[in-house]
Design a protein around this ligand. Structure first.
Ligand SMILES: Cc1cc2nc3c(=O)[nH]c(=O)nc-3n(C[C@H](O)[C@H](O)[C@H](O)COP(=O)(O)OP(=O)(O)OC[C@H]3O[C@@H](n4cnc5c(N)ncnc54)[C@H](O)[C@@H]3O)c2cc1C
Length: 324
């Protein structure tokens, strides 16, 4: 059995208090803990001495709808609640339902889902296994065991909701020591498996705002070995608007789990806007998206297969939305 390391537990009741506590080095933030706790048990955060839980901060929980149709979901809202609330866009509910298992969705939160740590076959194993080799970049070593030629960590962004929120052009609200700020979800991430979030350690995601999705057609397709529990090894989110003659007026396409951050497939989006969505335009968008990522062999199934599945999944996702 893997045991938790000795850590101090803090449970502040305000966001301000939590921000101050998170400012101290070696302090980690926990929401549902379904990602953080297993990572702690595998000793993935060696210098950590304190965990700050958000669970007592009531302000972070709940779903509201603005007059303009924007859906505001508190970061601490569980995935089970998100999946069941009919005010939440269907594509978000469906993607939430694809995460892990019912137990984990009852405990895991939306904010935690967007911020889960990047994953890698070399990293997400007990430390006794890791001790069989030199540490990798993410565990304080000098090289990446997946791609030793470059000093870059390729651990994979493995959130189901992240590509969906990018495709929907959602925003996150952050609270930090210098106040609050709002950024597009796409800007929460960077392509670096070591530090895949652009926010600082003492910034908390407080809310996710999804723009009015009336008239939007959107879908999410997830590749994984088993039908449940497994993390995504490819996720494709697509959202489009069509005018009355079937021409695409807006498109959002994002790829998940093929790099250290979700990738917005702008080239594929541009292929669609202004065109009728038929087999040719869908094939062109799928081809454009397929060129945007080069998955490596650091998660389930082979990198070659995952790469080949990107255009296939984009084509299927757009087919879901248009009947092609
Ligand atoms: C067996 C198993 C299967 C899983 N399958 C999937 C899957 O299929 N798809 C998937 O997407 N995930 C999966 N997960 C990961 C995880 O359970 C979910 O992503 C869950 O939503 C994480 O939410 P949480 O509240 O438990 O996060 P936590 O574990 O509390 O936190 C995760 C990370 O986010 C940070 N964080 C949490 N909340 C905030 C916040 N408000 N602001 C800033 N940082 C924050 C934490 O510091 C931590 O680094 C799986 C986990 C397990 C154990």
């Amino acid at each position: 059995m893997l045991r938790l390391p000795n850590v101090r537990h803090e449970a502040p009741s305000t966001i301000e208090e939590a921000v101050v506590l998170l400012g101290a080095e070696g302090t980690l933030l926990a929401a549902g803990g379904t990602d953080l706790v297993p990572n702690l048990k595998r000793r993935q955060y060696p210098g950590a001495h304190t965990v700050v839980s958000l669970r007592k901060i009531a302000d972070l929980n709940g779903i509201n709808v603005d007059e303009d149709g924007t859906i505001r979901i508190g970061a601490l809202t569980t995935l089970a609640t998100v999946a069941e609330d009919s005010r939440v866009p269907l594509v978000v509910r469906e993607a939430a339902r694809l995460v892990a298992s019912p137990q984990i969705r009852n405990q895991g939160t939306l904010g935690g889902n967007l911020c889960i740590d990047t994953r890698c076959d070399w990293l997400n194993v007990p430390d006794t296994w890791r001790q069989a080799a030199e540490p990798c970049l993410k565990t304080g070593g000098e090289m990446c065991w997946v791609a030793p030629a470059k000093k870059v960590c390729w651990a994979v962004s493995s959130s189901d909701l992240a590509p969906v929120m990018v495709a929907l052009h959602a925003e996150v609200r952050l609270a930090g020591p210098s106040g609050g700020r709002t950024i597009p979800v796409a800007e929460l991430y960077r392509l670096d498996g070591l530090a895949h979030l652009t926010k600082s350690a003492d910034e908390i995601v407080t809310e996710v705002a999804i723009p009015d999705s009336a008239g939007l057609r959107a879908t999410y397709r997830k590749l994984r070995r088993r039908g449940s529990v497994d993390f995504p090894i490819l996720g494709v989110a697509a959202a489009i608007r069509l005018d009355e003659v079937g021409s695409c007026t807006a498109a959002g396409i994002a790829l998940g789990s093929v790099a250290s951050a979700p990738i917005r497939a702008r080239a594929a989006e541009e292929t669609l806007v202004g065109r009728r969505l038929d087999e040719d335009s869908i094939a062109a968008a799928a081809e454009a998206a397929g060129k945007l990522a080069r998955p490596l062999n650091n998660t389930d199934l082979t990198s070659r297969y995952r790469k080949r599945m990107i255009p296939v999944f984009v084509r299927r996702a757009l087919g879901d939305l248009t009947g092609h």
